[in-house]
Design a protein around this ligand. Structure first.
Ligand SMILES: [Zn+2]
Length: 216
């Protein structure tokens, strides 16, 4: 295209050519905006209140669970690495359960699934050392053994240590089991723990009265 041809182009083409020529001047502006956005992102993250931010808490929890250790207070002691297990998982937390309790929970889970409710085990069998570790954590969090005992049992008392208790999640699964658990002999034990179930009656039987302010 000769210079003369260019000057004869219709106005629309001339305009497009002008916009192309202007684009290099816009690029620094785009980069500047991107830089400001990145700076804001990385500047804000450390300022988030870590305890109150659900997103940051979820990330921290995932990191903590990902680093689950072996040994008596880790997976070998009943820790569930991702916080959710099924009865088919080959984990000490599951294989250490009383077989009758495991069967009851397995049947309940199958029937709940038929009701479009999926639930899983968040905690099952625990070694005495793991139970003690949970109690120690609660003491640090609540500032004393008396308060900690309201939320975590001692290794001597916990039905988790004898393989006779399961904690169930999520909440909708807890409510399903509270409603239907007696069909399988499963009972909520503590009024302050909707997730903790034990095999305490015959299928179709009646659960004993719930305990107040205690911990399993
Ligand atoms: Zn429990």
């Amino acid at each position: 295209m000769t210079r003369q041809d260019f000057t004869q182009l219709p106005p629309a083409h001339a305009g497009a050519s002008a916009r192309r020529r202007s684009s290099p001047r816009r690029t620094p502006a785009v980069l500047a905006v991107a830089a400001v956005l990145l700076a804001a992102l990385f500047g804000i993250y450390p300022l988030l209140d870590r305890a109150d931010s659900p997103v940051v808490q979820a990330v921290d929890d995932a990191l903590a669970q990902g680093s689950a250790s072996s040994g008596p207070t880790g997976v070998d002691g009943g820790e569930i690495p991702d916080g959710a297990a099924t009865l088919d998982d080959d984990l000490p937390a599951i294989t250490g359960l009383d077989p009758a309790l495991a069967d009851a929970v397995r049947q309940a889970a199958a029937d709940a699934a038929a009701d479009d409710i999926d639930f899983w085990i968040t905690s099952g069998w625990r070694s005495p050392a793991y139970q003690q570790e949970l109690l120690d954590q609660a003491v640090r969090k609540h500032g004393g053994l008396e308060e900690a005992r309201k939320v975590v049992a001692t290794p001597e008392k916990s039905a988790h240590v004898s393989g006779e208790a399961v904690d169930i999640g999520p909440t909708e699964g807890d409510y399903w089991l509270i409603q239907h658990g007696t069909d399988y002999g499963l009972c909520q034990v503590y009024s302050n723990e909707i997730w903790h179930f034990e095999l305490l009656t015959e299928p179709g039987g009646t659960c004993p009265p719930m305990l107040d302010g205690a911990a399993g």
